[in-house]
Design a protein around this ligand. Sequence first.
Ligand code: MSP
Length: 520
Amino acid sequence: MKSFYLTTPIYYVNDAPHIGHAYTTVAGDVLTRWHRQRGESVWFLTGTDEHGQKVMRTAQENGVPPQEWADKLVENAWKPNWQALNIANDDFIRTTEPRHMERVQKFLTSLKDAGFIYEGNYEGPYCVGCEEFKLPGDLIDSDGAKLCPIHSKPVEDVKETNWFFKLSAFAQPLIDHYKSNPEACQPESARNEVLAFLEGGVTDLSISRSTFDWGIPVPWDTNQVVYVWFDALLNYATAVGLTDDPESEGGKKFAQTWPADVHLVGKDILRFHAVIWPAMLMAAGLAVPKKVFAHGWLLVGGEKMSKSKLTGIAPSDITDHFGVDAFRYYFLRAIPFGTDGSFSWEDMSARYTSELANDFGNLASRLAAMVEKYCGGVLPAVAHDESLSSALKECVDKADTAIAALDFQGGINTIMDYCKRVNGYVTSTEPWILAKDPANQRAVEDILYNTAESLRALSVLLHPVMPATTEILWESLGANDSLGAIGAQKISEIARWGQLPAGAAITKTPVLFPRLEVKE
Ligand code: MSP
């Protein structure tokens, strides 16, 4: 069975992760967890981009060899960061690993043998921050200096004899591809940008560098190293066995995963993914990715948040205060995926309190308290509220469609609207008033059962977004014993009403979203 294969960009190890990096990876984690709960076979890859001048110079500035620098950052910063954010990636690729380097060399040799690589002279500006050969029109003029518009730093002049890839040969095939497969580059604004770029004319690409040696040696010319982007883009395929014999384990993995279903990227690196990468694959006669999705930037002071501009915020700055699950929830809930958004401490506090603590957390604690008080902590007989159960059906369908289309905000809104509706149901039926008269015991029990069943559905729906919190809730509903692990619950089964059995032990949870400490 073909796996749903999703990748994040591989991140430069010149520095530790900030919330911009976490934004992409959390989105990937939520989407892959959702697909797993659809019952699909899933492969989720992330990793690190370790070659090139940017990493090499950072290592030099810190007085350590680049490999040592990269090892330290991967082990002390990147991997622990993903673990702390509860990222369930299936593999982690580093571009300095032999499995990657060997396959890159094999791939490159095959492109040369096929006539797509030739020797030439490169002359032009280069931004080490972007690791990109720039066109003069890309730059901004500042008192005579030419600056990269993303890094606001001067570009460097490069003049080298290099190996070139015949990128220009793929402009028309790519235009045809994006015109006939609109879903292959999303959102629409990203596809339009890529089409305009392709239609503006594409030149061949220098794919090697000769003035430093931190990279993968060009197999037939070891005085040169492979251009870092050419090396990095290949990670998506080398990690799953590119160039391996089809009968080998790697070859079988490749058949099972390739082409990638979604490459998630920030809009800053769209062209690399939607132009260079598919052209490389076309040249090798391989299938191109099904979708490249470019999301927007997290902004600080109206500009892309970045460590190089000293505006980087570490994920732990936020999770220490709000917790990991609120962090995972907030960015996807607050910013339409594909659009830029500003991080604001106030907005996050407001949503935390109203949506997570009040709407969701309180519903869970109210239910546990009432089941304890009115039913001795034991779930009463199965009941059925038609209006709640049909709203749930609609919610599951809408959320599934939205999230599968990477509309995380739309999906989460739908789920939280259902949560509001359940709160409304409890508030309007007033079980605490009914309970004053023992003749109403059955009515009270029905309300509590319907509320518990709604919370069962909400925990499964929100599990991909907030895995740890929903597991606590799941446990408190006694659902592990009756229904099995929360991660094994299928999206298609969520709306089947009446799954929690009568007699299940409902226990009080610790407060799911505690009141925030006042921040000094
Ligand atoms: N190493 C390359 C990618 C190679 S992929 C074959 C690279 N790395 S990076 O460390 O600079 O990270 C880039 C990615 O991090 C962006 O594409 C985006 O996904 C994410 N973000 C970095 N800063 C960001 C924001 N301020 N806002 C949102 N996402 C950001 O480029």
